[in-house]
Design a protein around this ligand. Structure first.
Ligand code: NDP
Length: 290
């Protein structure tokens, strides 16, 4: 069987272009410029790269980008005060506080302080709860991107057996909720799951969100299954440099999976595109346009 790669990079570029078009339309018709505020506390190098990319892509989509870079020793109260200010700012429709936060700041407290209507990361319990009970919610960006790729390539997901490996609040749990919403039969697997390979082999759709390089082997995959590899793992190469690999052994999946997202270039690029989508959705809802 030929295994086809899912080109997340191209899909994300298309999505960003559609978002930019809608933003231009909103400006012209309603005088609305969606605004995204990103708060970065400290100097974590990976977070700095993410925040830079988010700001650049926000501006490219024609949205307003507000960046707040705070020192690593910023007290929790100051971050909460900034969130309160952004909650009240009508030019800001989406608020994202980059995680992880330094130890003196309780991330749960900060997330809880964000107005759920502006919670474009979808991490607030109100949004998690709304998703769980089937109400309109702001949905975490990475799982939203996974579902978009799946629907684009498979059409209806109804009745398919989905196995999600990983149960984090950021990826695994919301991915499972979204698959359930698409009428999949969903299993959530995790570190205590018995016979994980056998569970995975039941999946028409296999989502790996674990954070362990190439843990999912070729013979864990049902022939013809669609594999969504969320993992981003940096591993050493022979020449002393590093390379990125997913949670799935990509080479082993060839000839077994029907479709698979590569790493990099699969799920990764969808995350920021979905952040822009969420900011647009949040702006429209706040203006009563959606
Ligand atoms: P977490 O560490 O929060 O969660 C990992 C999950 O994997 C946990 O539920 C854990 O189970 C489970 N797990 C760990 N080891 C095993 C094992 N041996 N067998 C079965 N399950 C296991 O990670 P995240 O959900 O935040 O991220 C997962 C991966 O996705 C990471 O590689 C991360 O870098 C990547 N990621 C990529 C993004 C993107 O933009 N593409 C965005 C976010 C994350 P338990 O709960 O039992 O401990």
């Amino acid at each position: 069987m030929e295994t086809k790669p899912i080109d997340g990079k191209a899909f994300a570029a298309g999505l960003r272009a559609r978002i930019a078009e809608e933003v231009a339309g909103l400006k012209a018709s309603a005088g609305l410029t969606p605004g995204l505020a990103v708060v970065l506390v400290g100097e974590d190098p990976a977070s700095q790269v993410y925040v830079r990319n988010k700001a650049a892509q926000t501006a490219e989509a024609g949205m307003a980008s507000f960046e707040y870079k705070l020192a690593a020793d910023t007290p929790e109260a100051d971050v909460l005060a900034l969130v309160a200010k952004l909650n009240a700012d009508p030019a800001v429709h989406g608020i994202l506080v980059q995680l992880p936060l330094p130890a003196q700041i309780d991330a749960n407290k900060v997330i809880a302080a964000i107005d759920p209507a502006k919670d474009v990361d979808g991490f607030h319990v109100v949004n998690a709860g709304r998703l769980a009970v089937g109400l309109d919610a702001l949905v975490p960006c990475t799982p939203l991107g996974c579902i978009m790729l799946l629907k684009h390539h498979l059409g209806s997901l109804s009745g398919l057996k989905a196995v999600v490996v990983g149960r984090s609040n950021i990826v695994g749990k919301p991915a499972a909720q979204l698959l359930l919403k698409e009428d999949c039969t969903v299993t959530i697997a995790h570190s205590r799951t018995r016979d994980l390979p056998a569970e995975c082999r039941t999946a028409d759709i296999l989502v790996a969100a674990v954070g362990r390089p190439e843990m999912v082997r070729g013979d864990w995959i049902k022939p013809g299954a669609t594999v969504i590899d969320v993992g981003i793992n940096r591993v050493p190469k022979d020449d002393g440099k590093t390379r990125l690999v997913g949670d799935v052994a990509y080479a082993e999946a060839q000839g077994i999976a029907g479709l698979i997202t590569p790493v990099p270039g699969g799920v990764g690029p969808m995350t920021i595109a979905c952040l822009l989508q969420n900011t647009l959705t949040a702006a429209k809802r706040q203006k009563g346009l959606a």
